[in-house]
Design a protein. Structure first.
Length: 425
């Protein structure tokens, strides 16, 4: 019996090393695939959680109010299918009745997940001190005053989560800029089942400083405006959070993008629809498994708690178009990720998905300057490839093709037939 096991293992190892063997007896090259963070059926392990339907991809708004069915219908017309946090007077069942999903810090019938206090890493900070129960601006947070109790805040808040419910937490600069890797890992790994971090690269007046965005360098320095106000930085935030989580890839990370002005600084403009789309797709390219929009604006021409509903209809329509594209490509985004088949220039970020006999190459500019970027894609041949939603085709020669990226907001999505390769084992 032992000899049979040894033989079988040796045979399997030989096949894995030599490649997949096709029906013709010839070795067929194969490409390596990995599941999205959390693996398959992640949400299904929780009570009344988000759906496992491959056609569902979370596109959410943060801290919205749902008081009537019309509000939900309006949000759904913009492509919003999920709410992350609701005002206390909201009625979650209204969202559920319309086919949307709700994560909330207020346990009520109809919620699909529990939300922990926001940005505890910034106001509670890293530590297990005594929490006074106070919130920012009310009174001293920790006891003794000035100590650190953020871990305690999260631990005590978890007691309010209904049993078996998925838990969500959003973090801020304490994780992404001010803390070390140990702190980042503790916050993102210990308390919640889905995590995110909100760094507003387009609108934060302080984020370019060496004490914030500039901490990415071994020797921190101020970022130039060109380096800082770049859509690719939203992907950097997602990558940073994904890199902190232990075990690696064990839970989904969602991206966070602002729709208006989260700050009262009038010197910074409102993000354009082009910037918002680029930030969203850079987050997805970096591995985000959901998108959350900060839907509030505290300055500018339209100060509102409901940017999509209240401000510039043509702008909201453009954002809705981005969300429609995400939902249409949900089966692709939910499919396996392919590694080691794409080579491209340093000035482009890329992700490859495999779905229904095609590679989907998601590519976004990593620099503000225009560029002509060359791509090399294994397991493909020659012919024309489709550039999705741009009404154009590109010529590919033995897996090689080139495309133009006009600026830092340039995003291109390519659909390429797979040839002469099988999925990896």
């Amino acid at each position: 019996m032992r000899r049979s096991w040894v033989w079988a293992l040796s045979l399997i190892a030989g096949l894995l090393i030599s490649g997949c063997t096709g029906s013709s007896g010839q070795n067929t090259p194969h490409f390596a695939t990995t599941h999205n963070d959390g693996g398959t059926a992640y949400y299904g392990q929780f009570e009344d959680s988000l759906p496992e339907d491959p056609n569902y991809f979370p596109v959410a708004v943060w801290h919205e109010s749902v008081m009537d069915a019309q509000a939900v219908a309006t949000d759904r017309s913009f492509g919003i299918n999920t709410y992350v946090e609701l005002t206390p007077d909201s009625v979650p069942q209204l969202a559920r009745d319309a086919g949307s999903y709700v994560l909330s810090s207020t346990p009520k019938p109809g919620i699909n997940g529990f939300v922990l206090p926001d940005e505890v890493d910034m106001w509670g900070k890293s530590g297990e001190g005594i929490w006074t129960g106070a919130w920012p601006g009310e009174a001293p947070i920790c006891e003794p005053e000035g100590s650190r109790c953020g871990y305690t805040v999260l631990e005590e808040s978890l007691h309010k989560a209904p049993a078996g419910t998925m838990v969500y937490a959003n973090f801020g600069k304490g994780v992404t800029f001010w803390g070390d890797r140990e702190i980042g890992t503790h916050f993102t790994s210990e308390y919640a089942d889905v995590v995110s971090a909100d760094n507003y690269w387009f609108t934060d007046p302080n984020i370019c400083d060496k004490t914030e965005g500039g901490t990415r360098f071994d020797q921190p320095r101020d970022l130039t405006e060109t380096e800082c106000r770049l859509a690719a930085n939203y992907g950097h935030t997602v990558e940073q959070i994904r890199g902190y989580i232990e075990p690696a890839g064990s839970k989904p990370v969602w991206g966070f993008v602002e729709l208006g002005r989260p700050f009262s600084d009038e010197t910074l403009p409102t993000p354009t629809p082009e910037q918002i789309r680029a930030a969203v797709w850079q987050s997805l390219i970096a591995g985000a498994r959901g998108i959350v929009y900060f839907n509030h604006s505290f300055s500018g021409d339209c100060a509102s708690q409901h940017v999509l509903r209240d401000c510039a209809p043509e702008r909201s329509a453009a954002i809705a178009a981005t969300n429609e594209q995400i939902q249409r490509l949900a089966p692709v985004l939910n499919s396996v990720t392919v590694s080691e088949v794409l080579t491209t220039a340093d000035g482009v970020n890329g992700l490859v998905k495999a779905h229904d006999g095609h590679f989907y190459v998601l590519a976004g500019s990593a620099q503000a300057a225009p560029q002509s970027a060359a791509f090399s894609l294994q397991c493909t041949g020659s012919g024309e490839i489709e550039v999705l939603d741009e009404n154009r085709m590109l010529s590919m020669n033995e897996g090689q093709f080139t495309d133009e990226f006009s600026d830092g907001n340039a995003i291109h999505l390519y659909k390429v037939p797979i040839s002469n390769c099988d999925p990896g084992h």
